[in-house]
Design a protein around this ligand. Structure first.
Ligand code: AOF
Ligand code: ZN
Length: 370
């Protein structure tokens, strides 16, 4: 096995922590000695031992002279919830460490490599760097900006509609696409919808048919107009739900009732039209609720305001091979004015998803007009 193949194994292990480690990164570690894998580990959940410690324990030996440790993220250099991994690796006398990417956490950021090299350990960096950056894109964004990573997911027709003119939308995409959506929900801290989507679609916003845990649910309802009994505000999982509203509504009796029912009611800044200010709300969600990644699931008004605010990092379109003609356009309420100001994305991948196409795009930073 070459370095890339072993790093891929570490990356696969890291994914087992999906949904459980946030706001920490997803980290996997593999120990190789005499061409054999002798230990595997991954960061299982927030506060739990780091991947390197798990792999060392899994190998079940005391000295690692001649052995190489592979990990997708630079070993940490500071005493956090757990002691520094770099010092432990040095103590265990590893000969070599292969790293996918430097830890962007300013507390680490190169200091882990320094500890290793000062202890005489050979360090190789940047193996499968792009793949490693991708696996930890939520963590990278959050630790370097304090803002959550924002994904938008929409199921639309060939001609870019998420619902018919009368509001019919169940179902545009097929079963495979809906399962993929659930798998994506299992990876993010929260899914987010607007109040119209809640009152029209009554979405469950949970993970049911695939493995993984359900994320928190964020609802943008600036003046708290949704009735308490409506799904997904009903009995189950109320503690998993956050409603963002304006400051006046936050001081209302209704907010109090929602709070007593276990729902988090978060006051967020609104603009002169009474609409939630997206960037400020994202900051509040990160600072007050610890949200580091969000998948926005609709509807058109929410998609448009997120696009308008320029905060969409990643766009997932499930495109069904149907034409609607008159319908509700995915970003129908966005007016960019000119082609030059259109939002621009780079295609990351496109795959067949049952009868649909799953198109994944990331924000094109250079093409974006300020
Ligand atoms: C590693 N291996 O498996 C992880 C690392 O609060 P703590 O102690 O868990 O530290 C969290 C920080 O440690 C996190 O922000 C990131 O910089 C690093 N995560 N490092 O060597 C791991 N999960
Ligand atoms: Zn560590």
């Amino acid at each position: 096995m070459n370095d890339e193949q072993i790093m891929l194994e570490a990356l696969k292990l890291s994914l087992r922590g999906s949904g459980y480690v946030n706001p920490n990164p997803r980290v996997g570690a593999v120990i190789v000695s005499d061409g054999e894998i002798i230990g595997r580990g991954w960061h299982r959940e927030f506060g739990a031992p780091h991947a390197e410690v798990e792999a060392i324990n899994n190998a079940g030996r005391d000295s690692f002279e001649g052995a190489t440790l592979f990990t997708n993220l630079e070993p940490c250099s500071f005493e956090g919830k757990t002691p520094p991994c770099a010092s432990l690796i040095a103590e265990k006398k590893f000969s070599k460490v292969v790293i996918g990417m430097i830890d962007p956490n300013p507390e680490v950021s190169g200091k882990g490599v320094e500890i290793l090299e000062e202890s005489g350990i050979e360090v190789v960096q940047g193996v499968l760097e792009d793949e490693c950056q991708w696996v930890n894109r939520f963590f990278v964004k959050f630790i370097s900006t304090g803002l959550p990573y924002v994904m938008v997911k929409a199921a639309q027709s060939l001609d870019g509609c998420i619902a018919t003119a009368r509001g019919e939308s169940k179902w545009i995409s097929g079963e495979e696409s809906r399962n993929r959506t659930q798998a994506m929900r299992a990876e993010v801290d929260a899914v987010l919808v607007g109040k119209h989507t809640v009152s029209i679609d009554r979405p469950g916003l949970t993970v049911r048919d695939v493995k993984g845990r359900s994320p928190k649910r964020i609802i943008f309802d600036s003046n708290l107009s949704l009735p308490l009994g409506i799904s997904p505000l009903e009995e189950s999982d109320r503690s998993n739900t956050i409603i963002c509203c304006n400051k006046v509504s936050h001081n209302s009796r209704k907010a109090e009732t929602l709070g007593v029912a276990g729902i988090t009611v978060l006051p967020v800044p609104c603009n002169e039209n009474g609409k939630i200010e997206i960037s400020s709300a994202l900051l509040e969600l990160s600072e007050k609720c610890g949200i580091t990644s969000i998948m926005v699931e609709g509807g058109a008004e929410i998609f448009s305001s997120f696009a308008e605010a320029g905060v969409i990092d990643e766009l997932h379109l499930f495109i069904a091979p149907i034409v609607m003609g008159k319908g509700q356009s995915t970003f129908g309420q966005l007016d960019t004015g000119s082609l030059k100001s259109a939002l621009k994305y780079d295609i990351k991948s496109f795959t067949r998803s049952g009868d649909d196409i799953h198109l994944v795009m990331i924000r094109n930073e250079t093409g974006q007009e300020e």
